[in-house]
Ligand binder design. Structure first.
Ligand code: PGA
Length: 256
């Protein structure tokens, strides 16, 4: 991390876990446990049906709420979709876009990711854009090229002012939910590459200001070292965010 230039962000992706009746208790525990965190922005991304309760439970505290997905459309006849304006109006601040699980299971393409990023920014949401390679792609040595392409496509059509508020999460697919964390060096290397892609597109000032997170089996054991790397500005935490004690310990690991 490099707090001189950019924010440290620790975001929890609860995925399709917990029940609406459980989110209040979760939020209360996390509120109490994360009280010491001073240096990072904390975000919790529950399923849509728990957003309202999460917003209520985290009111008047420094934990912000994010959604895990959003429509690429602004409004209209799109059954089952939720628009960026609806999220914004509810009080949601962040939205995860292009998570590898959505790309893999729901056919989300780079074009759709780009459209979602645009409509979200227009609505005033902060997108957390996920990029990352499969194990096969890493073994083929195409990680940097692939991730650079994902970043370029996700940001296509955005001007520097728009991009300043975007967060990128590098999540190697082979490390998600597998217990295999990328080494701090591997993770940092790709995050550095992402920053240089942004520099080539938008210049040094913008690239220095953008927060780039790592995600993929972050645990209480690996968090401190990952967050100590110069180009990793925090984490997108899946499994470990489900336990408030573990998530709070990961948040604490950013106090460095
Ligand atoms: P994980 O998930 O921490 O359970 O690997 C991270 C993510 O998918 O965002």
């Amino acid at each position: 991390m490099n707090r001189k230039y950019r924010k440290t962000i620790i975001a929890g992706n609860l995925k399709m876990n917990l029940l609406p009746s459980e989110i209040k208790g979760y939020a209360e525990s996390l509120r109490q446990l994360s009280g010491k965190a001073k240096h990072c922005d904390i975000v919790v991304c529950p399923p849509f049906v728990m957003l309202s309760q999460a917003l209520k439970s985290f009111r008047d505290c420094r934990i912000a709420v994010g959604a895990q997905n959003v429509s690429d459309k602004e409004s209209g006849a799109y059954t089952g979709e939720v628009s960026p304006n609806q999220l914004k109006d509810l009080g949601v601040k962040y939205v995860i876009i292009g998570h590898s699980e959505r790309r893999a299971y729901y056919g989300e393409t780079d074009e759709l990711v780009s459209a979602k990023v645009k409509t979200s920014i227009n609505a005033g949401l902060i997108p957390i854009i996920c990029v990352g390679e499969t194990l096969k792609q890493r073994e083929q040595g195409v990680t940097d090229e692939l991730v650079a392409m994902q970043v370029k496509l996700a940001l296509s059509g955005l001007n520097a002012e728009n991009v300043r508020h975007v967060i990128i999460a590098y999540e190697p697919i082979w490390a998600i939910g597998t217990g295999k964390t990328a080494t701090s060096e591997q993770a940092n290397e790709v995050c550095t590459n992402i920053r240089s892609v942004i520099r080539s597109l938008y210049g040094a000032r913008i690239s220095r200001a953008i927060s780039i997170l790592y995600g993929g089996s972050i645990s209480t054991k690996t968090a401190y070292e990952l967050f100590s790397m110069p180009d990793i500005d925090g984490g997108l935490v899946g499994g470990a965010s489900l336990k408030p004690t573990d998530f709070a310990a990961i948040i604490d690991a950013s106090n460095q």
